[in-house]
Design a binder for this molecule. Sequence first.
Ligand SMILES: CC[C@H](C(=O)O)C(=O)SCCNC(=O)CCNC(=O)[C@H](O)C(C)(C)COP(=O)(O)OP(=O)(O)OC[C@H]1O[C@@H](n2cnc3c(N)ncnc32)[C@H](O)[C@@H]1OP(=O)(O)O
Ligand SMILES: [Co+2]
Length: 134
Amino acid sequence: MIGRLNHVAIAVPDLEAASAQYRDTLGASVRAPQDEPDHGVRVVFIDLPNTKIELLWPLGEDSPIAGFLAKNPAGGIHHICYEVDDILAARDKLRADGARVLGDGEPRIGAHGKPVLFLHPKDFNGTLVELEQA
Ligand SMILES: CC[C@H](C(=O)O)C(=O)SCCNC(=O)CCNC(=O)[C@H](O)C(C)(C)COP(=O)(O)OP(=O)(O)OC[C@H]1O[C@@H](n2cnc3c(N)ncnc32)[C@H](O)[C@@H]1OP(=O)(O)O
Ligand SMILES: [Co+2]
């Protein structure tokens, strides 16, 4: 079911500093910030030869990453995103296997304009998993 690793997301306390570090110190290709108000984050994508890094910064009062940053003030790996061919079929199988699909279970459009879903970290070895329709 899961396919390519689409991105690894890192929550950061300072998006400009993290972007500059990846661009200047690590010599990576860093895209411009994009606000995702529906998801309560501002994101910066970093293109790697085999996947992407998604830097996440909280946008708005009730950002879903605010709690994570409060617990991890220096930042940290927040989630991993796998691609799936059919996100609704994936959702239904995951539910049938007892995994918790977050939110109301309906895919929402993510940062790449594709439907995404999130799976509870407690069901996947303490790792928040995002699925993105390939
Ligand atoms: C623009 C879209 C973009 C894209 O790629 O397309 C994105 O990726 S948007 C990313 C931001 N959106 C989300 O993360 C949505 C899904 N996340 C959630 O619904 C919440 O963050 C949730 C439910 C995972 C955690 O909620 P909260 O922060 O309120 O913490 P809880 O106390 O409810 O957490 C319960 C339990 O889980 C642990 N936890 C929380 N976040 C993570 C995490 N990122 N990785 C691993 N574990 C996590 C938390 O520590 C609690 O554990 P406990 O042992 O009970 O303390
Ligand atoms: Co993501």
